[in-house]
Design a protein around this ligand. Structure first.
Ligand SMILES: O=c1ccn([C@@H]2O[C@H](COP(=O)(O)O)[C@@H](O)[C@H]2O)c(=O)[nH]1
Length: 273
């Protein structure tokens, strides 16, 4: 999906919500365990219930590859089920030398038709640029992650006075642009969003950490929204596990709608729509 198409979808749906498909057999509503393919059934019902309120889906690859070949089949069928106007992110957090990165890119962009893949930037330029040889596909670089361990390295000052996440942003601008690079900045890191925007004013940011991790959507918007929106805000557990009864999909839809309505207000307040 191109940047123009993504922005158009955000304006049409009045939403910048990404629904995270972190689907775990142990957390599924019990009645689904009787079905032939519980995770796929769960994903389909979640997608049906939330598709009117979001612009993106983000299956976290760990939840699928942990199930072996069957998990990869479920992932493939899930992607095929997602409507074609949605931006689909492989949250795979890959990172390796160039020829291996090329194979990861083929896996997620060709074998599976994802729009974007999350990538750890710390192996540098040759580990990231192989992802750019694919039309309308995106790399989402980890910049300031939402977890507490993100503080162990990402905020450390380098000899040039910059923090590591700032150096990731500065350096990666030499490799690509706002048409093929996004950055992960956790909602729990809203305090540094203005610093992020000073370096990458135009790039989209993938923002996980609202809902289960307690990040504030308002603070993310106040510090991170730009004139094209520039944000994809993810919620996984807060939506997909909001209810574990036979009403789980309906409740997931309600949670997604609540976030969409809050987002619509912000898009209007910040004159994006
Ligand atoms: O910094 C990061 C990067 C990725 N994630 C992923 O996003 C979702 C968040 O799930 P919630 O249930 O909404 O907390 C999950 O797949 C993480 O692996 C992140 O949380 N933080």
């Amino acid at each position: 999906m191109t940047r123009e198409d993504l922005i158009a979808e955000i304006k049409t749906k009045k939403s910048f919500l990404c629904v995270g498909l972190d689907s775990d057999l142990k957390r599924l509503p019990k009645h689904l365990l009787k079905t032939e393919n519980p995770i796929l059934e769960f994903n389909k019902q979640i997608i049906e219930a939330t598709k009117d309120y979001c612009v993106a889906y983000k299956p976290n690859i760990a939840f699928y590859e942990s199930m072996g070949p069957e998990g990869w089949r479920v992932l493939e069928e899930t992607i095929q089920y997602i409507p074609s106007n949605k931006f689909i992110i492989a949250d795979a957090k890959r990172g390796d030398i160039g020829n291996t990165s090329k194979m990861y890119a083929k896996t997620f962009f060709e074998t599976y038709n994802f729009d974007a893949i999350t990538v750890a930037p710390y192996m540098g330029e040759d580990s990231v640029t192989p992802y750019f040889g694919f039309d309308s596909k995106w790399v989402i670089l980890l910049a300031a992650t939402s977890n507490s361990g993100g503080l162990d390295f990402q905020y450390k000052s380098l000899t040039n006075g910059k923090m590591l996440f700032e150096e990731v942003l500065e350096k990666s601008k030499e490799w690509g642009d706002s048409r093929n690079i996004m950055y992960v900045v956790g909602a729990t890191r809203a305090d540094i969003l203005q610093k992020v925007r000073a370096i990458v004013p135009d790039n989209f940011l993938l923002v996980p950490g609202v809902g289960a991790q307690g990040g504030s959507l308002r603070k993310v918007v106040e510090n991170g929204m730009n004139s094209a929106c520039g944000l994809l805000v993810n919620s996984s557990r807060g939506i997909i596990y909001a209810d574990d009864s036979e009403r789980f999909a309906e409740v997931a839809g309600e949670k997604a709608k609540e976030l969409q309505q809050e987002m619509e207000n912000y898009l209007k307040e910040y004159s994006v729509i």
